[in-house]
Write a protein that binds this ligand. Structure first.
Ligand code: SF4
Ligand code: SF4
Length: 193
């Protein structure tokens, strides 16, 4: 049967009308920022206070794109006659994001929680060399890392928090005892002029 003249046009208009009444799903980036999932792998942030320069992340990175420089510093012994202590001081921490494949191995292996995923993704460059980002930039990205989700209320208390709470309770009990003793001494003095 030959097609009815104008039926194609009518079908096309019907599709247009149907689409016009539907809610749009297109986000007008960059005017509208995308709502990214909290665990998005955008870029890597460095919390350098936690970094002990153990080099584990650089050794395990499959792309060899983490560059770390450091020097050793010695500090005097904590007690007289003790040994001098030495520690590594970070001089350079950089990641070449033109090589990084966002596998997350560096973040997984860091034993000191110094590396984190940030959902930040707007760091495109026109020159590939500009994609090597140094510690200041990595630190800046640290502040875009979302907070971890709250613990399950039925979860076991983390060891660090339990230890800190125990120490705080002990200190509070000691202070309360001292205050009580002071109060008793004052009462005794007040009763015996
Ligand atoms: S995410 Fe993977 S490739 Fe990128 S720096 Fe870390 S270990 Fe290397
Ligand atoms: S593994 Fe962690 S602590 Fe060790 S050098 Fe890398 S970021 Fe620093």
């Amino acid at each position: 049967m030959p097609p009815i003249p104008g039926s194609g046009l009518a079908k096309g208009l019907a599709v247009t009308l149907r689409t016009m009444t539907k809610k749009t799903v297109t986000a007008q980036y960059p005017d509208t920022q995308p709502e990214l999932p909290p665990r998005s792998r955008g870029v890597i942030g460095l919390f350098e206070e936690n970094c002990t320069v153990c080099m584990l992340c650089a050794r395990e990175c499959p792309d060899w794109c983490i560059y770390i420089d450091s020097h050793k510093e010695t500090s005097p012994p904590a007690t007289p006659g003790g040994r001098e202590r030495s520690r590594n001081v970070l001089d350079r921490f950089a990641i070449d994001f033109s090589l990084c494949m966002y596998c997350g191995i560096c973040i997984e292996v860091c034993p000191f929680d110094a590396l984190f995923w940030s959902p930040e993704f707007e760091y495109a460059e026109t020159d590939i060399h500009e994609l090597t980002h140094e510690r200041d930039k990595l630190r800046e990205w640290m502040w875009t890392v979302p907070e971890p989700p709250a613990l399950d209320p039925a979860a076991e208390e983390p060891k660090e928090i339990a230890a800190a709470r125990k120490a705080a309770d002990k200190l509070a009990a000691q202070r309360a005892k001292e205050q009580q003793e002071q109060q008793e001494q004052q009462d005794e003095k007040g009763g015996n002029p």
